[in-house]
Design a binder for this molecule. Structure first.
Ligand code: HEM
Ligand SMILES: *[C@@H]1O[C@H](CO)[C@@H](O)[C@H](O)[C@H]1NC(C)=O
Length: 155
C-alpha cells in the first residue's frame, strides 16, 4: 500500500538518530565482511532465500559462500543501501526517496516474498547483539522496523 508511505512521517528524536548511527558505524566500518556475514547467515538459516540468487556462483557451503565475489559484492551493496538510509533518518522525504524505489524493485522486478525483509533485519540485529552487545541492538531496532515497514508498503 504505497500511499501509506507518503502520509506516515518518521519520528526519530535527535538522540535516537545519534545512537542508531553510533551502533551502525560498527557494522558499516567493514561493509563487505559484515554484509557477507549477514547474507551467508540468511542463506544458511533460511535456505529458501537462496532461490532468488541462483544466478550467483558459489552458493554451496558456508565457506564457499564467504568466498563468492558475487555474494561479497552484494553484501556490500545491501549494507551501503542501509547506510544511505541511516544517514537520512532525520528526513522522511529523503528516507522515502531511497526506500520507495528499493521496495518497488524488490516487489515488482525481483518478486521477493516480503516476509524475508524481517528475516534479514533480524539477522542484522542478532549479529549486532552478538558482536557489540544488547545496547547496540536496541539502538538499531527502530531503524530496522522502519526499513521493513517501508519496504513492505511497496507491496
Ligand atoms: C534490508 C533489506 C534489503 C536491502 C536494504 C536490500 C538492498 C538491495 C540493493 C541495494 C540491491 C541492488 C539493487 C539494484 O541493483 O538496483 C538489491 C538487490 C537484490 N536483492 Fe535486496 N535488499 C534487502 C532485502 C532483500 C531480501 C530479504 C532478499 C531475498 C531474500 C533480497 C534479494 C535481492 C536480489 C535477488 C537482488 C538482485 C541481486 C542481483 O542480481 O545482483 N533483498 N537489494
Ligand atoms: C564486522 O567485520 C569485522 C572485520 O571482519 C569483525 O571484526 C566484526 O566482528 C564484524 N561484525 C559483525 C557484526 O559481524
Amino acid at each position: 500500500c504505497a500511499f501509506l508511505n507518503i502520509f506516515l512521517a518518521m519520528a526519530f528524536s535527535e538522540a535516537e538518530v545519534q545512537r542508531a548511527r553510533g551502533a551502525w558505524e560498527k557494522m558499516y566500518a567493514n561493509a563487505e565482511d559484515n554484509g557477507t556475514t549477514v547474507l551467508v547467515r540468511m542463506f544458511t538459516e533460511h535456505p529458501d532465500t537462496k532461490s532468488y540468487f541462483t544466478h550467483f556462483k558459489g552458493m554451496g557451503t558456508a565457506e564457499e559462500m564467504e568466498q563468492s565475489d558475487q555474494i561479497r559484492s552484494h553484501g556490500k551493496k545491501v549494507l551501503t543501501a542501509i547506510n544511505d538510509l541511516v544517514q537520512h533518518l532525520d528526513s522522511t522525504d529523503a528516507f522515502l526517496g531511497i526506500v520507495n524505489p528499493l521496495g518497488k524493485k524488490h516487489a515488482t522486478q525481483l518478486k521477493i516474498d516480503p516476509k524475508n525483509f524481517r528475516v534479514i533485519c533480524d539477522i542484522i540485529l542478532q549479529l549486532m547483539e552478538e558482536k557489540y552487545g544488547g545496547d547496540c541492538k536496541a539502538s538499531f531496532e527502530k531503524v530496522t522496523n522502519e526499513i521493513c515497514t517501508r519496504l513492505n508498503n511497496a507491496y
